[in-house]
Design a protein around this ligand. Sequence first.
Ligand SMILES: *[C@@H]1O[C@H](CO)[C@@H](O)[C@H](O)[C@H]1NC(C)=O
Ligand SMILES: *[C@@H]1O[C@H](CO)[C@@H](O)[C@H](O)[C@H]1NC(C)=O
Ligand SMILES: *[C@@H]1O[C@H](CO)[C@@H](O)[C@H](O)[C@H]1NC(C)=O
Ligand SMILES: *[C@@H]1O[C@H](CO)[C@@H](O)[C@H](O)[C@H]1NC(C)=O
Ligand SMILES: *[C@@H]1O[C@H](CO)[C@@H](O)[C@H](O)[C@H]1NC(C)=O
Length: 280
Amino acid sequence: MRFHALPTSCLALLFGSLSQAQPTANGDNYNSSSINSIFGGSKGGTGPAQAKITCPTGDGVGLIAVRGSTEDPGPGRLLAPVATNITNQMPGTTLVSVDYPARLVPNYVGSEREGVEALTALMRQYTTACPGAPMALMGYSQGAQVIADVLSNATAPVDNPAQPLSTNDIAAVLLFGDPSRVDGESFNAGSANGDGLFARPDSKALEALGDRLLSICNDGDPVCDRGINITVHLSYDETNGAEGSEFVVNRSMKAVAAKKGKTAASPLEANGKRATAWTA
Ligand SMILES: *[C@@H]1O[C@H](CO)[C@@H](O)[C@H](O)[C@H]1NC(C)=O
Ligand SMILES: *[C@@H]1O[C@H](CO)[C@@H](O)[C@H](O)[C@H]1NC(C)=O
Ligand SMILES: *[C@@H]1O[C@H](CO)[C@@H](O)[C@H](O)[C@H]1NC(C)=O
Ligand SMILES: *[C@@H]1O[C@H](CO)[C@@H](O)[C@H](O)[C@H]1NC(C)=O
Ligand SMILES: *[C@@H]1O[C@H](CO)[C@@H](O)[C@H](O)[C@H]1NC(C)=O
């Protein structure tokens, strides 16, 4: 079977930077493990790895990046320049990337699930290592879904329902091309007007983040808008990178300032209202 004749090739085109993952193999003998390596996936199933956390210093923010399907480990092709822009504007900022397969085929669902577990663990690790330090989450494509799923389950996270993951230290959440997008949400941005491929059933927890969340999706994106123009999905760094980095910088600076001037009366704001639970 040739690459372009893979049964999943259409799906593949929908989920990430194919230009970064040209097949080097040829012939008829693709199996799941070789497809996996073509798509940049790593082995899964061993549980979340412990990431090395470096806490932000000064007026910086702790960036956490979750890359899209098939992107190389690290922040990924699309998020890397956004992270650089943020770091340039906020010295003291640190970046950690979620270690997960970011696999498209086989078993996207399993990969995404591993991402959810890895991000949940990383956020716990982060709040323990850097108490009160503001964090900003950025995700692209599968990585955006990972973030949205973790935050949707924030009151009863997958790994420990008895100890809910706190969103208090989250200064900003930036999503590009989220497959779980639902049209009409208050935190949506971009020109899209459809649902994503895996539209989430319930957005209440995301709505509760108020103006700390921005989900960008443009018209025609096959992943977040069920459109037919893959270029739209692959171009958020060019089309909306500046908007995204400005958003993260804006909200993160606000969180840093709130933390610095923090007495009991300087909480983060959410949805234009004072949040009741800013506990640094
Ligand atoms: C699958 O592909 C990998 C990588 O090319 C190879 O090492 C492995 O032997 C293959 N497995 C089977 C069952 O063909
Ligand atoms: C919440 O977590 C459960 C597993 O504990 C999962 O099945 C469900 O899909 C998650 N819901 C959302 C909205 O992410
Ligand atoms: C697909 O999207 C790109 C990027 O927005 C745009 O330049 C191009 O014209 C679009 N193609 C079609 C056929 O609409
Ligand atoms: C980075 O910042 C520059 C200057 O504001 C802007 O032109 C560019 O679009 C930004 N790129 C990304 C990916 O954020
Ligand atoms: C953030 O943006 C708002 C307008 O949307 C502006 O009033 C505020 O000054 C900005 N804050 C920072 C720290 O850039």
